[in-house]
Design a protein around this ligand. Structure first.
Ligand SMILES: *Cc1c(COP(=O)(O)O)cnc(C)c1O
Length: 564
């Protein structure tokens, strides 16, 4: 198997199973869905990430809505299998031993893609080095740097030790993995016994590498002091080629990846335009994200599709036949998915939600630009809609990064709104948002709300999960929604599409647009035009489910990036 030509996929996080907290959000979910689609399509890949033995974190919210974090320890050997091979990397002159745990991602017909999760928690390592693969996005800048060295350098060495010598392309999922390109340069120099990086070396590595950038938010682009990198990596020929990595005096992982990849892409059309403005010297293509259909479709819709569209698991495009699904059966499947969600919500937070009430869902990382509180910008207006136009209940979820004070305050703000509205609108905040909660929520609400500050949402994928389950979005025109929204057909837009949205979002204006759509269009349609609402649901599946899936996305990567 290992002699087969492969594509190697490197990602700091991969969501493989709800029981493995080895991901923090969209990036990891996308990585998992990418591999699930590749397995369906029999694309020969191998993937590398870190084990994250103590996970991202487990979220608890106190009575006031303040977030507390606990390590999310998980039973590693229940999910992954240790392989006997070992690799080493040098960090600050110390030899750090790396082992790997394997888990296969299996396609619908049994095709397997091995995923190797790197682990330094070995007795032969120092106490500190043993912690390097414990926490995803934990610790300080230096800890992060060491983790990225394990991922990029340790990951490639582990693949070689495992016998993967015929890797055609290396896909760096975000800049976290970019030390991989440094190790590819190192391999060439060691093989030829040379001490300096030549233009030819750079070209050879570029031909092998593909880079996907995932966010316009500056904090999403890792940069380290150059002397810190020199100290951690030790003497390396790459430091003589400053123009490969240096930006504003820092070692910049995004520029390293940009300079050493022959194909660079953003994750939606709009995001590629934004990224092209951020990095004007580089050609940034667009490959719009997707989600893995079989993973994100609720059991009631799986049964419905299995009955009427039997090919849907191997071919997401066949969901186009959803246009002809019997409306009554679609409504019943949706109702069952909604009951599953509300059963969970009522037991989790004792809120007494009712399946006949119009239900809005919002689940996001609690990052400031996602504006979780926009729905409560004018509490009186929302109260009026709920009491005059039609009843509303709202389900929220999302974690703030442990160091993000503003994000944590956003969650508290939702708790305050819940209190202020408690006589008219039932609001639940579900703790510890993860894949399983995401699956329940995106399939079980009636409307998926998305309110990022444009143009900062690179893609967003939760609305795609909702679409597969016939749940329309009400969203700011940013990220994937610029492509996915056909007004009144697949959902609804908040505000106008501006090619160059202003730097400072106008919350009052966006909130007003949101309330107007709810009040004049969506809530009346839900309660008084059921047939019209079901039509929108069918278009969500048939128009957006067929396109915003990772089978289509993977085929684009194969054609545009891997075999080019
Ligand atoms: C889908 C998903 C995400 C990403 O959704 P966005 O729309 O990009 O915010 C994040 N976390 C979980 C648990 C998910 O299921």
């Amino acid at each position: 198997m290992t002699s087969q030509k492969r594509i190697a996929y490197f990602s700091m996080e991969i969501a493989l199973d709800a029981g493995m907290p080895t991901y923090s959000g969209g990036l990891g979910i996308l990585a998992g869905d990418t591999l699930r689609a590749a397995a369906d399509l029999r694309v020969p890949m191998v993937a590398v990430a870190l084990l994250h033995r103590k996970g991202y974190f487990f979220q608890r919210l106190d009575a006031g809505g303040w977030q507390h974090e606990e390590p999310a320890v998980w039973p590693v050997d229940d999910f992954v299998e240790e392989v006997p091979e070992r690799a080493t990397v040098t960090i600050e002159g110390r030899t750090v031993h790396v082992r790997a745990w394997k888990r296969d991602v299996v396609g619908y017909d049994g095709f397997r893609i091995p995923v190797f999760l790197l682990d330094t928690d070995l007795p032969e390592n120092s106490e500190w080095d043993r912690t390097l693969t414990h926490f995803l996005y934990g610790g300080d800048l230096h800890y992060r740097l060491c983790q990225e060295v394990i991922l990029g350098v340790g990951g490639l060495r582990m693949l070689r030790t495992l016998g993967h010598h015929r890797i055609e392309r290396f896909h760096m999922n975000e800049g976290h993995a970019a030390f991989l390109s440094v190790e590819l340069l190192g391999e060439r120099l060691r093989e030829a016994n040379r001490a300096h990086v030549s233009g030819e070396d750079v070209e050879a590595v570029r031909t092998q590498c593909v880079f996907t950038t995932h966010t316009p938010v500056p904090a999403g682009h890792d940069k380290f002091p150059i002397d810190m990198v020199e100290k951690v990596l030790g003497a390396h020929a790459v430091f003589a080629s400053r123009d490969l990595y240096e930006r504003d005096g820092m070692f910049n992982m995004t520029y390293l990846a940009l300079n050493l990849s022959h194909f660079v892409n953003g994750v939606a059309q709009r995001h590629a335009e934004v990224a092209a403005r951020m990095f004007p010297q580089y050609a940034v293509q667009a490959i719009t994200n997707g989600v893995h259909a079989a993973t994100w479709t609720s059991p009631p819709f799986q049964e419905l599709f299995d009955r009427h569209i039997p090919a849907w698991r191997q071919d997401s495009c066949s969901l186009r036949y959803a246009e002809g699904l019997p409306p009554g059966e679609v409504w019943q499947a949706h109702r069952r998915a909604k009951e599953r969600l509300l059963y969970f919500v009522n037991r989790a937070v004792n809120v007494g939600m009712d399946v006949d009430v119009f239900t809005i869902g919002f689940a996001r990382r609690a990052a400031t630009y996602k504006r979780a509180g926009l729905l409560f910008h004018d509490i009186e207006w929302l109260r009026q809609i709920a009491s005059k136009t039609g009843s509303i209940q709202i389900v929220y979820a999302g974690k703030a990064h442990p160091h993000d004070r503003h994000g944590k305050e956003l969650i508290q703000g939702i708790f305050r709104a819940r209190e202020a509205l408690k006589d008219v609108v039932k609001i639940a905040y579900i703790e510890n948002y993860d894949m399983e909660v995401g699956r329940l929520m995106t399939s079980g609400v009636d409307l998926w709300l998305n309110t990022p500050q444009a143009p900062l949402e690179a893609s967003g994928t939760s609305g795609m999960k909702a679409a597969l389950n016939g749940v329309p979005s009400l969203s700011v025109l940013d990220g994937w929604w610029v492509e996915g929204c056909i007004e009144g057909v697949t959902g609804w837009a908040i505000g106008a599409d501006e090619p160059n949205p202003p730097e400072h979002a106008d919350d009052a204006k966006d909130a007003a647009a949101l309330y107007q759509k709810l009040e004049n269009v969506i809530v009346p349609m839900y309660y008084h035009d059921r047939a019209g609402f079901i039509d929108v649901m069918l278009h969500c599946i048939a128009i957006n489910g067929t396109y915003f899936n990772t089978q289509r996305m993977m085929q684009e990567y194969v054609l545009k990036a891997y075999f080019r």
